[in-house]
Design a protein around this ligand. Structure first.
Ligand code: ADP
Length: 324
């Protein structure tokens, strides 16, 4: 897992808001991280912290304001629109609401085949075989392919969304809250399909979720996002056992106990997530932070190495080395 496949460098997405559109709403604010080949990289944080904007900016479904998105050595942000369209073969997205992203008037076969037609891949017969192959990979039968999306349950619709995303053989999939709309009993089935795709086809995932439990179950590495910034990145067990950022600790403390005898100290976060159009000064987490110091009101912490596998952005741990 040592080859980087995707490097996000200083990615920003600012929206112009307010009177005369003069204020910047910093939805994604200088985010950098590296995803290695075959990895499942989770992005977690409360609603509104910029996860979805970041996912879409990586794919340029939303144009980033600044930054680089290096896929296999090539900066996607520099591509013109035709080149970018071509690249979407290699980097695909799965959305939370599969129904909204599936054309209700198309039969499932056509829905899955469509990207192959758009990218001019294969003959009609080759496409037919490929559609049947990916349908099987996600647990759909040939019979399902002749039906319309409304005839399916939420979990099955997400299978269709996944089949459509993998039909062009992508290297990377961004999964944006892919199981959040599903019943808990169905969530693990869909997660297992994606895990199989990761293990058997080597597809790399960026997995966006507000749900730490799901992220823990599914991801190898986790980035915690707060108000447009990544505040902590670590391998998942390191993050769960040795979280450093007070925000991560608070999120973890809100999880149900995994064992009845486990002693948990719950940190209740003060107030709501502030608006990214008028963020607090210094460390943007300081007004809600149980460990805030005077300096947190004025100094902006940098994402720094806590150890080689663990980065944190907090003045409590700030080291000399700054991670670029
Ligand atoms: P998340 O996916 O973590 O819930 P989002 O990426 O959807 O967060 O949103 C991050 C912030 O950007 C929010 O404050 C949201 O209101 C704001 N935002 C998202 N899209 C727009 C837009 N088109 N114009 C202005 N603000 C936006």
């Amino acid at each position: 897992m040592s080859t980087p496949i995707l490097e996000i460098r200083n990615l920003k997405k600012y929206y112009k808001v307010g009177p005369n559109k003069k204020n910047d709403l910093k939805a994604v604010d200088d985010v950098s991280f590296t995803v290695h080949k075959g990895e499942i990289f989770g992005i977690v944080g409360e609603s509104g912290c910029g996860k979805s904007t970041m996912g879409k900016s990586i794919l340029r479904l939303i144009e980033p304001t600044e930054g680089e998105v290096i896929l296999n050595g090539e900066d996607l942000v520099k591509l013109d629109s035709a080149e970018m369209r071509e690249k979407r073969k290699d980097i695909q997205i799965i959305f939370q609401d599969p129904f909204a992203s599936l054309n209700p008037r198309m039969k499932v076969f056509k829905i899955i085949e469509e990207p192959l037609i758009n990218f001019k891949i294969g003959t009609k017969e080759e496409r037919r075989k490929r559609v049947i192959e990916v349908a099987k990979q996600v647990g759909l039968t040939e019979n399902h392919l002749q039906r319309f999306p409304h005839e399916f349950s939420g979990g099955q619709r997400q299978r269709i969304g996944i089949a459509r995303a993998i039909v062009t053989n992508p290297k990377v999939i961004i999964a944006d809250e892919p199981v959040s709309a599903l019943d808990v009993s169905i969530q693990s089935q869909v997660l297992n399909i994606m895990k199989d795709l990761n293990e058997n086809l080597g597809i790399t995932f960026i997995f966006i979720s507000h749900d730490l439990n799901v992220v823990h179950h599914f991801c190898d590495k986790i980035g915690v996002m707060y108000l447009g910034k990544l505040v902590e990145i670590a391998e998942k067990n390191e993050l769960f056992n040795n979280a450093k950022h007070p925000y991560t600790k608070a999120l973890l403390s809100a999880l149900p106990k995994s064992h009845p005898k486990e002693v948990k100290q719950r940190t209740v976060l003060k107030g709501d997530v502030p608006s990214p159009s008028n963020p607090p000064t210094g460390c943007t987490f300081h007004p809600r932070c149980p460990n805030a110091m005077e300096s947190c009101k004025t100094s902006v912490p940098k994402l720094s190495n806590y150890n080689t596998e663990h980065k944190v952005s907090c003045l409590l741990y700030e080291t000399v080395e700054v991670v670029k």
